[in-house]
Design a protein around this ligand. Sequence first.
Ligand code: 6PG
Length: 462
Amino acid sequence: MKDFEIAVYGLGVMGSSLAKNLISKGFRTALFGKTQGERERFQSQGDYAVFSTEEDLVKSLKSPKIIFMMVTAGNAVDSVIDGLLPLLDEGDILIEGGNSYFKDSQRRYRFLSEKGIHFLGVGVSGGEKGALTGPSMMVGGSKEAWDSCGHILKRMAAKVGDEYCCSFLGKEGAGHYVKMVHNGIEYAMIQVIADVYSVMRDGLHLSHQEITEIFHRWKDTELSSYLIDITAAVLGKNDVDGQPLVEKILDVAKQKGTGSWTLEEAIARGVYIPTICESVFARYFSADRQLRFDGSQALKATTIPMTMENHEEKLKDALYLAMIVSYAQGIALIKKASDDYGWEIDLPLAVSLWREGCIIRSDLLKDITKALTQSNKNILLSRNFGDLEKNQQALREISAKVVETGVAVPTLMSVISYYDRCRTEKMNVNIVQGLRDCFGAHTYERRDMEGSFHTAWLEGEE
Ligand code: 6PG
């Protein structure tokens, strides 16, 4: 048989979910599983076949052959490509859907282009369930490949009305770049939620029950989002003894690397993303339990107990602003990268792919997409969210009170700093320039005249 439309290579958790998704949409799908266990996930009869050798898999495909690789990101992807390459013909298409580093996708795109093979690097978000029922898919790489197989990828994806949350965003590693930043925003949103939880638990000393009820009520407000939904679910889950499970979870957060890649890129591109930055460092810092234990014994804090009228409303308003700012920072990074790498990413389109299927989906994204369609300014400046007056006021009050109370929520506090920085017409770095020129003759520019200047600042200097 030689007429399968597409192959899925790798039948782990994500691969088998994507394969089931394709099969359910009626695509004739060839599957490759390395292990017996993987292959056994597909026992029943259907319009698909499971292969145990690359040769048989490739032979079963019609031309151009399309292979969707879903293996662990990193060296494994390169090994799979090396194994498949001798079996492929010019014009065939390799799709890679892991959480790959975008620079690996750039490299693979160039390497395969030279061999006449089209490469698509696809950022897939939504976890196992999303992969099965409809993920958000951010596609980068060969436009020719997209034109030929984009219809298949779209059919796999989540939908908003008639629109698929899957699109081609740019050449080379553009798809994986947008997915990386999606994850950076994911880190930020998760950590601002955690910080708000901390204000309730450690500042206001609300009971677990009260906190859970508040998050439940927020599900149907302007905060409406997947992450708020699952926060309510996680808080509401009890252990076998009937006690809240979340309170028994060790306070050390893990990560797989996409958040740190986002930071590295922010530094490389010179884009200020303090909320994403604090959220990544919150995870690193959480690992040092000994320091936190020693510090809790040794470090003095003169604190004032926290009280706050209408705390539920104020925390909601603050969190709303924090979510906008988290998106704003990520979007600013994508914009700069698109300019620097020459990808010409359609920002409203890229952001619209997050409206369904992915981890950072939220009601807010409709307004954000609209804001980006209207203007290419930072979304924080858009009037689509109202004037944010009460939101900034609430976050300002909360930030002042957490400092007084000694509750460490730097990710949440970075939001008000970002907001205030964005409204600071005259920054303080004039003094930085003065000092640099004083100790190193680095020169400075002036407000009142053009040119580059150096001054003899110290007595006795010429
Ligand atoms: C998604 C998620 C997914 C994964 C994160 C977890 O969009 O479906 O982002 O890709 O769950 O990468 O990342 P950490 O393990 O680093 O938190």
